[in-house]
Design a protein around this ligand. Structure first.
Ligand code: GLA
Length: 384
């Protein structure tokens, strides 16, 4: 959304993996780009079209260069990049810091500078960089620093999307290594337990948020409805539309990149409404990129959670989430937010789902939430 600097705010776009895995080709990628434009998602900020694993031949060419599979990409990658760029979108690809990608194609280990040049020559704007087949003797930190340096010197602005699944305390060194985003979790699946597990695993990392380097909790499963070519991703589940909405809200407020994983050529109105929620996107893309603070609520602190994210205009984005399996009343005490009742200060609530003002409150905000539902509001300081 903020084009001037590379990934100042969390990248938004679409990635081929969750739904299509190995079954990718030129027509699919081009039609996904078309769909982002036609559905209005591009206008909302979803600009990256990213090809994940399985795009290359099994061998490099005689000069050591990666070669796109001519059956899947008959006109090569520059053609796809040009097509995506002509739509006003940005083009992303995938490689791996190890000797092979997770699906067994050539990885970039010991070829980082050459591969960065190759990606630049094709017009790539974003590189997802995975962690499979990493030689045990080499620290991941070195390898991510290496690709970062290669990309920063390849003659083209290319976002580095590090994907080491939260290994090796990645959050402590990845910003200095130069990446713009870092996967902090194992792979997501299209079910509520997976969404909940990944979200909970990052609650102690929210202080590592900030512009130019974003905690990637993994690609979205919103709207997949079990339709994945990847049996593991769709193994149990899928999520309900309500769970997809909560998943999207949590990722948005946490400041995760928002990479769509469903088939964007074929979305239901509910999916489009969830992915297109302008208020949640605005919260996610707030220029300060502050991570939320976390307040555990009531008598079920494992499942009843408030996220409070200070926005650059002085308001607070507040998400109350009922992760539990029973209906619950969640009560947020303003004392915990620094709102001073004694000084006549309260909060006025605007609901991002109903798009209605809910009025001003002095001491607390209370919501009864169904299992797996959440409420997200933008709260503005007011005086009584
Ligand atoms: C790993 C990553 C996934 C995906 C696959 C591709 O599992 O975490 O996001 O890129 O590899 O093989």
């Amino acid at each position: 959304m903020h084009d001037k600097f590379l990934a100042m705010t969390p990248p938004m776009g679409w990635n081929s993996w969750n739904t299509f895995t190995w079954n990718i080709n030129e027509a699919l990628i081009c039609s996904a780009a078309d769909a982002l434009v036609e559905t209005g998602l591009k206008e909302k900020g979803y600009t990256y079209v990213v090809i994940d694993d399985c795009w290359s031949l099994r061998q490099r060419d005689e000069n050591g260069r990666l070669v796109p599979d001519p059956e899947k990409f008959p006109h090569g990658m520059k053609f796809v990049a040009d097509y995506v760029h002509a739509k006003g979108l940005k083009f992303g690809m995938y490689s791996c810091c190890g000797t092979h990608t997770c699906a067994g194609y050539p990885g970039s280990f010991e070829h980082e500078f050459l591969d960065a040049e190759t990606f630049a020559s094709w017009g790539v704007d974003y590189l997802k960089y995975d962690n499979c087949y990493k030689p045990q003797r080499v620290d991941g930190e070195i390898l991510y620093k290496r690709m970062s340096l290669a990309l920063r010197n390849c003659g083209r602005d290319i976002v580095l999307s590090a994907c080491n699944w939260g290994h090796e305390n990645v959050h402590t060194w990845i910003r200095s290594a130069g990446a713009q985003l870092f996967r902090s979790t194992g792979d997501i699946q299209d079910n509520w337990e997976s969404v909940k597990r990944l979200f909970l695993s990052q609650l102690d990392k929210t202080a590592y948020a900030g512009p130019f380097c974003h905690n990637d909790i993994d690609m979205l499963v919103v709207g997949m409805h079990g339709a994945s070519n990847n049996e593991w991703i769709g193994a149990i589940g899928p999520c309900t539309d309500l769970e997809y909405r909560t998943h999207f809200a949590l990722w948005a407020v946490m400041g995760s990149p928002l990479m769509i994983g469903c088939d964007v050529r074929n979305m239901t109105p509910a999916t489009l409404e969830t992915l297109g929620n302008e208020n949640l996107i605005r919260i996610n893309q707030d220029i300060e990129c502050r991570g939320p603070y976390v307040i555990r609520l009531g008598n079920n602190p494992e499942a009843q959670i408030a996220l409070v994210k200070p926005l650059s205009d002085g308001t607070l984005a507040i998400c109350l989430a009922n992760l539990g399996d029973t209906r619950a009343e969640l009560s947020l005490q303003f004392w915990d937010l620094g709102v001073s009742y004694a000084q006549g200060v309260g909060l006025e609530f605007y609901n991002v789902f109903t798009k209605e003002n809910e009025g001003a409150f002095r001491e607390r905000y209370v919501k009864v939430l169904e299992p797996h539902d959440c409420a997200v509001c933008i709260a503005k300081v007011t005086r009584f």
